[in-house]
Ligand binder design. Structure first.
Ligand SMILES: [Zn+2]
Length: 423
């Protein structure tokens, strides 16, 4: 099988270590290796080591010149809502003028406008829209993307969104992890009474989750557990049904209010608990006792102009593995730029550079259940790499908002070549 050798990198950042999320002080142990090269064979990493030595060991390997950039594991964006129709730029100005969520909803905005919009569009049209958006995410160095449904909120429309994800997972080179988020909101047509609300949750549990699982359309199920959306009891019921159907679990937990979402994630052994802007002390301790990854989404708070910050330092010091993700979505975080989220991780959540890099590689991979195969440059791991036009990895969160990615490779195949002429 043909091997390729990545040479002439200013630094190789491997994030190598055990095939699981990093916690506490482990997140500070980022190694930046000068004079190193990476060999990939087929779709796997074959070796990482001193360049001269690897050139001797793999004399027939095709060379890829890293042009003195920094080579890292491909970034993992473990939380996106990339399947939607129109942009919602109009709401940004409404917020600036002081309108709150309910007033924006009354003017036809908010999540329900994305639901109406997605329901009105066909699968082909949604696929084209999402394809461009996922390619944009990839252009920032992302090689693995978790993508949620959740703007359909009927059986047919959720299946439509999941089929779009499945199609793009087949067609695009990046690795896509599908999540069923039928419990993103209570649909408007189910809000007239307690019985109507109950009927939607029954449909999730008895119809939608079993069908999604049977058709193999999702790896994860997720619930928006929040005051005014799904209660802890409702979230538990939905997630238990998902677990019975062999789906892995995620939660939107404690984003705005401390309602016990993190504790529920810990109780159910969820793979990740996401947002956590209002997580309680008890929630932090509950997560620390499990392997659940805390996925923090600081772009959302920045975009909404809120001062709330997830307590990243407390989480890390308590031993909770922390990941960073874009939350790419049309309402509250329309950015495809994961390195910008690393900037926010460092400047607003007070992570170190090392912690922020682990948060978007190894811990992002753990947040999508792939820590054994993705997120590090170690022999046997998937050949997912990103090359950045910087001299030192500390510049990745530093040149904020800039796109420094020169190219990515997924399973050994060139995914997003920007400047390099690669096959
Ligand atoms: Zn979300």
């Amino acid at each position: 099988m043909q091997s390729r050798i990545f040479v002439n990198a200013a630094q190789v950042v491997t994030c190598a270590g055990p095939p699981r999320a990093r916690r506490g002080a482990e997140m500070s142990k980022l190694e930046t290796l000068p004079g190193r090269a990476v060999v990939i064979t087929g779709d796997r990493v074959a070796a990482v080591g001193p360049e001269a030595e690897l050139r001797r060991s793999y004399p027939d390997a095709e060379e890829i010149d890293c042009v003195r950039g920094v080579l890292t594991p491909g970034l993992v964006d473990s939380h996106t809502h990339a399947i939607f129709g129109r942009a919602r730029a109009d709401e940004q100005e409404m917020r600036a003028l002081g309108l709150d969520y309910m007033q924006i909803a009354a003017r036809g905005g908010g999540i329900h406008s994305s639901v109406r919009d997605l329901r009105a569009r066909g699968e082909d049209e949604l696929t084209e829209l999402a394809r461009g958006r996922l390619q944009r995410l990839a252009s920032y160095g992302i090689t693995t993307i978790e993508v949620k449904s959740g703007y359909g909120l009927t059986l047919d429309d959720e299946l439509k969104a999941l089929r779009v994800i499945a199609r793009l997972a087949r067609e695009l080179p990046m690795r896509i992890v599908p999540t069923f988020l039928g419990a993103h909101e209570i649909p408007l047509e189910h809000r007239s009474s307690a019985a109507a609300r109950q009927a939607y949750i029954d449909a999730l549990v008895h119809e939608m989750i079993p069908l999604v699982a049977r058709e193999g359309l999702a790896r994860f199920a997720d619930v928006f557990c929040e005051t005014g959306v799904y209660t802890v009891a409702e979230s538990r019921r939905i997630l238990l049904a998902a677990r019975e159907n062999n789906l892995l679990l995620k939660l939107h937990a404690d984003e705005l209010t401390s309602c016990g979402g993190a504790e529920l994630a810990a109780e159910l052994g969820a793979t990740s608990a996401d947002h956590l802007g209002a997580i309680s002390e008890a929630g932090i301790h509950a997560l620390a006792a499990t392997s659940t990854v805390a996925t923090l989404l600081p772009g959302t708070m920045l975009f909404l102009g809120k001062q709330t910050r997830a307590p990243a330092r407390q989480l890390i010091e308590a031993g909770v593995p922390v990941a960073l993700a874009t939350d790419f979505n049309p309402g509250t975080s329309p950015t495809p730029n994961l390195p910008l989220i690393l900037t926010l991780g460092v400047s607003q959540l007070r992570l170190t550079v090392s912690e922020s890099i682990f948060a978007a590689t190894v811990n992002g991979a753990a947040a999508v259940g792939l820590a054994g195969s993705v997120g590090q440059l170690s022999p046997g791991f998937s050949a997912d790499l990103a090359l950045f036009e910087i001299d030192d990895v500390g510049e990745l969160p530093y040149w904020y908002g800039d796109r420094r990615c020169l190219g990515t490779w997924v399973r050994g195949k060139s995914c997003h070549p920007r400047h390099l002429q690669l096959s």
